[in-house]
Design a protein around this ligand. Sequence first.
Ligand SMILES: C[S@@+](CC[C@H](N)C(=O)[O-])C[C@H]1O[C@@H](n2cnc3c(N)ncnc32)[C@H](O)[C@@H]1O
Length: 203
Amino acid sequence: MTEEAAHAIEDGKYAAAPAALGDGSEARPGVVTAPVLDACCGSRTMWFPGYRDSPLVEFCDVRDEALFFRERGRDRVVEVRPDTVADFADLPFPDGSFALAVMDPPHLLRAGSGAFRAKYGELGEGWEGDVRRGVSECMRVLRHEGVLVFKWSEAQVPLSRVLAALEWEPLFGHTTTKRGTHWMCFVKGVSRRRGHAQEATGP
Ligand SMILES: C[S@@+](CC[C@H](N)C(=O)[O-])C[C@H]1O[C@@H](n2cnc3c(N)ncnc32)[C@H](O)[C@@H]1O
């Protein structure tokens, strides 16, 4: 975490403020109380309606914007409105903040100029390092035994290339070699770190 992000946490800027935690507790400045993190939420299309605006989820993205484009002759808009604008490679949350994190990063090297770019963004130069840092940051902000769910669509880049770039190994996912969309799971304290037998235990 950068010094700037650490100060922001001290200032309470990144304190999640869920109205209903369900256990009667109140959000305190400087304390992240949402148990779930979406590290790059985009327009939240993968979320079921009941959770899309849940105060128990901290929605982050590197952009906060509305994009207008035409698709099949119709005017469309994609809105990306995160709770917190943040780079997944440098998350502004303390270690051990979340029980569950999900990361669905851009997966296209060439997204064109329409709907795909608006919804999903594009992989930039050095994307492997960005995705590696993003996964490592998600693991850092997870509690001990917290779970990271990672999604990757192989439309343009094979999963093997992404996995080779990561510092952590997933426990399970789609083991089929058929190209498609892959969901996989990392657990803090269980997933292996490259060059380490196992993550250190502890919070
Ligand atoms: C594949 S889309 C996510 C789609 C989303 N899961 C949904 O349900 O609509 C990837 C998102 O990652 C965001 N993104 C790209 N680079 C990022 C970064 N460094 N930190 C955080 N978000 C990033 C993009 O702005 C884009 O909204």
